[in-house]
Write a protein that binds this ligand. Structure first.
Ligand code: SF4
Length: 515
């Protein structure tokens, strides 16, 4: 690394989604917490300047001919000596490699960290990344930057000083100690992001998960910072950035129930319901009335819940930990307390043994439709199972020889919108098309008329049914119309790509080859 007279710059990049997806709209109002935490930690290091570019939230940045942030201009204006890439999502990896190669050609040192590179470091090391960090990045980034500033190369760093007891993984990978005390981390500094407008502030205190869902890549014994630590973060963001809306990114906030109760009670005492929180929780947390009541009093409005499926055999294959029996009852309990529910489903989960599940695609779809109607969910996302790298699901499908090859379905298709495996109880077309049909039924275009009708009927509806019921219907129709627009945009890209036709051709050839 070359030295210049000014402090060197560390630029951390959150790569853009390859195409419009279910998270695109919200991504333009928020950012990813992990890279902000790493950047914040690096910014406390004397001798380094730090900035973050979130390509999904980048208003006013110089753009290239594809409408993406133009890194040649960014680099010409303010050259970075070290660039880090957030590799938490497999679907964004091709953008990471494209940028890594550009920055390498500029003589920049390139680093990567996140779940994808955690499980597949070698792949990125061959595509322009100098050093992969596995595990928590907050402490290791400071050590890496200190060593680079002292003139060491990434080869010198590999395998030394940051390794845990499991040892070295390969020549250009460093492993960070997992036991970072989360209470000692700095508050996320959103001032480090250039060009972004943050409306929804991501915050969190829990890492890891004690459950073992087959499709999930969140691993590691759960550990957490205190409820007080999270409260202090909120207070600091309210005071310094006038933050009002928060997304608590913890995968399962009830993992530390006492801490959660403390946090929500303290928020309610200090701010009443003037702040807005979106959280992720398990469906069966509905049984914990004390926790749910505390959440409502603190201003939690939306809970994102992984329902996954209303079909017992699928829930069992996923190891979700409950059956469909209580799902409607739990949903009612959330609704009764006034929560909006964003329900996340996986359609067509690959069965473990063909004999276990004999439902055809139509029957599955019927069951999903019936459940969604009965549960009166506010918003839904219905995706295909994603055999993410590092998951047991991926290992199982690989053993059964059912993973579609990466040449046909590359990582950028790993966002739930595309079939990534060969189903054994339906055909590829059904796996690809049924979830979209279900989404289209839910997010219907007639919602635009209902918005108008509800607005006109507001005074009477308000008088008879009250604000809450009117507002829920109006808000949900607004979301449904937004969802309808998103699906239309996505379908446009999808049809242009001929994804299904290519897949079916490949499938036919491989059947021919086998016979
Ligand atoms: S899906 Fe949720 S509950 Fe299951 S392992 Fe992942 S984080 Fe834990």
């Amino acid at each position: 690394m070359e030295h210049n007279e000014k402090w060197p710059l560390f630029r951390l990049i959150i790569p853009v989604f390859p195409e419009v997806n279910i998270f695109s709209r919200v991504a333009g109002k928020t950012t990813a917490l992990g890279p902000i935490m790493v950047a914040t930690s690096a910014s406390k290091l004397w001798g380094w300047r730090v900035e973050v570019i979130d390509e999904n939230n980048c208003k006013g940045a110089p753009l290239d001919e594809n409408g993406l942030p133009d890194h040649s201009v960014l680099q010409a204006q303010r050259p970075a000596e070290v660039v880090g890439f957030y590799c938490g999502l497999s679907s964004t990896m091709s953008r990471v490699w494209q940028l890594a190669q550009f920055y390498k050609a500029e003589g920049t040192t390139t680093l990567a960290g996140g779940w994808h590179t955690y499980y597949a470091p070698e792949e990125s090391l061959k595509k322009g990344i100098d050093l992969v960090v596995r595990g928590d990045g907050e402490l290791v980034i400071r050590q890496v930057l200190t060593h680079l500033a002292a003139g060491k190369t990434t080869e010198h760093l590999a395998g030394i000083s940051f390794l845990d007891s499991q040892g070295t993984y390969n020549a250009n990978t460093v492993e960070t100690l997992e036991a970072v005390d989360l209470n000692t981390l700095p508050y996320p500094d959103f001032g480090l992001i250039r060009f972004a407008k943050i409306k929804i502030f991501p915050i969190g205190r829990i890492r890891g998960c004690s459950r073992k869902c087959e499709f999930c890549s969140v691993k590691g014994k759960p550990r957490w910072a205190s409820g007080q630590f999270l409260f202090d973060q909120v207070q600091w963001l309210v005071e310094t950035r006038n933050a009002r809306e928060f997304f608590i990114v913890d995968d399962r906030l009830e993992e530390d129930r006492e801490g959660a109760l403390f946090f929500f009670d303290k928020i309610a005492q200090t701010y009443g319901q003037t702040l807005d929180f979106t959280v992720q929780a398990r469906l069966e947390a509905a049984e914990d009335r004390e926790l749910l009541t505390a959440m409502r009093k603190a201003g939690v409005s939306v809970t994102c819940i992984g329902y996954e499926s209303p079909i017992d055999e699928e829930l069992e294959a996923m190891r979700k930990g409950y059956s469909s029996r209580d799902m409607l009852r739990w949903t009612k309990m959330y609704h009764h307390l006034g929560f909006f529910i964003h329900a996340m489903f996986i359609w067509g989960y690959p069965s473990k043994k063909i004999s276990e599940l004999r439902l055809d695609a139509q029957e599955r779809t019927k069951r999903f439709k019936k459940f969604i109607r009965q549960a009166q969910l506010d918003t839904v996302q219905i995706l295909r199972a994603i055999p993410l790298i590092g998951t047991e699901l991926r290992n199982r499908l690989a053993k059964e020889n059912r993973l579609l090859p990466l040449e046909a379905v590359p990582w950028e298709k790993y966002d739930g919108s595309y079939a990534c495996f060969q189903p054994d109880d339906m055909n590829l077309r059904e796996l690809q098309e049924m979830p979209t049909k279900l989404m289209k039924t839910f997010y219907d275009p007639a919602s635009s008329f209902r918005i108008v009708l509800r607005t006109i009927a507001f005074p009477i509806d308000y008088l008879f049914r009250g604000w809450d019921k009117w507002h829920r219907g109006w808000r949900n129709d607004l979301r449904k119309y937004g969802g309808h627009v998103y699906i239309k945009r996505w379908l446009k890209c999808y049809h242009r790509d001929n994804f299904l036709e290519k897949l079916e051709k490949m499938d036919a050839n491989s059947i021919e080859g086998r016979s």
